[in-house]
Design a binder for this molecule. Sequence first.
Ligand code: MP5
Length: 206
Amino acid sequence: MTPQALKEAWADRWLMATRHPFLAAVRDGTLPQQTFATWFVQDYHFVRGLLPFQARLLALAPRRDQAVLARGILALVEELGWFEDQATRRGLNLQAAVHPACRNYVNFLWALSSGPYVAQLVSLWALERIYFEAWSEARPGAEPYREFVERWTNPGFGRYVQELEAAAERALREATEKEREAAREAFQETVEHEIRFWEMSWEVKT
Ligand code: MP5
């Protein structure tokens, strides 16, 4: 089982996670401002929750995966600052309540922290890969959102996702059958949470 094989086995749901109407609306500039604001604030909350998940993952990592995971953590710290600057510039309130779809996603990741390393790594690869593919769908992006498209489609981010994929592939190769099963489940749940995250942004009217 490889990361690519997981994608192929779950292709229909993967497509839902990477081709949501939210992204077409980012591309053609029809995304309502409020929809963007909902996604933005919830994504900030999500990234705040992702950071401790990745920090715990680094603590479990074999020597060979430390560099890529440590770089990912540093990028997240920087990303939180970027969200905060964007919020100031766009007049968005980062104190807004966490939506249940976001909270459930973060809780899922935190629960995963007590499971096998390989399942956590596959989940991290999947959520980054989904963002890479999803935002690539929105390229180049209408003007107000172009920086967001750029953030998750630039070549440096693409290389990070590739490195995670290589690490996930190695970990899967060395995993026991039970660990592989846990990784498959974590992968599927991650895809479902990603779909719900777009739906939440699309549906909430505040
Ligand atoms: C990511 C994200 C990508 N920001 N939000 C969701 C809901 N899924 C994936 O993570 P990162 O660390 O911003 O690249």
